[in-house]
Design a protein around this ligand. Sequence first.
Ligand SMILES: [Zn+2]
Length: 266
Amino acid sequence: MKYIEPHAHMVSRTTDDYERMAIAGCEVVCEPAFWAGFDRRSVDGFHDYFCQLTEHEPKRAAKFGLKHFSWLCINSKEAEDVKLAEEVIALIPKFLNRPNVLGIGEIGLNKNSRNELRVLEMQVDLAARHEQLILVHTPHLEDKSKGTRLILDVLKSDKRIQPERVIIDHVEEHTVELVLNAGMWAGMTLYPETKCTPARAIDILETYGSEKIWMNSACDWGVSDPLAVPKTAREMKRRGHLAAAIEKIIFQNPKTFLGQSLHFKI
Ligand SMILES: [Zn+2]
């Protein structure tokens, strides 16, 4: 079955992963800017990372027949240094016209700190000024509910932001409704242990429906599975979901959301 992987950190994966994803039916992979597994010490580190996301990784993906898109930002894990964040944010506009860039992301909160919030507001402003889509990372575990509320407050208080052009990722049972009620899209991240397992994600779909929801593997440097989306699709089939309903979640929904960017041509 064909599918879109809407959130994967491919710079951390091997060519074997690209090959397995292509064999499993992946046609498009989208890569938000995030932590590199270590804190970068200067703005130059981000410049090189943005080049990696917009020049080098699309070529690596193309060797396996996959289209590669990316999102740009400074992530919340490295947002404590506000001065550095300002320098990185100043760098982003010159990359926004590159043909594989979809928007600003994954911005958000990690520990819900004051500096993270300030940098989040700066990047929401950046997206608004440049009419970019927004992809948001929400904190893990006990910080998730509070962090999601704080993020929604920031987004809703900026009247330039259209909710249907925002996706809030890593939703779980206790945050999905908040996001959908705000008119935004919700992403479910399928992790082997933390975040959503495939079974929990399907339970959420069966409870809240399949409008404005997508699933992703968010595969990165930690324990994660680049085939989580097709494996969950297989589990949906086993649980009696029809082929059209499965295709909506793993292909049509991400295509609809991402298609709001003029760069997303597939
Ligand atoms: Zn991510």
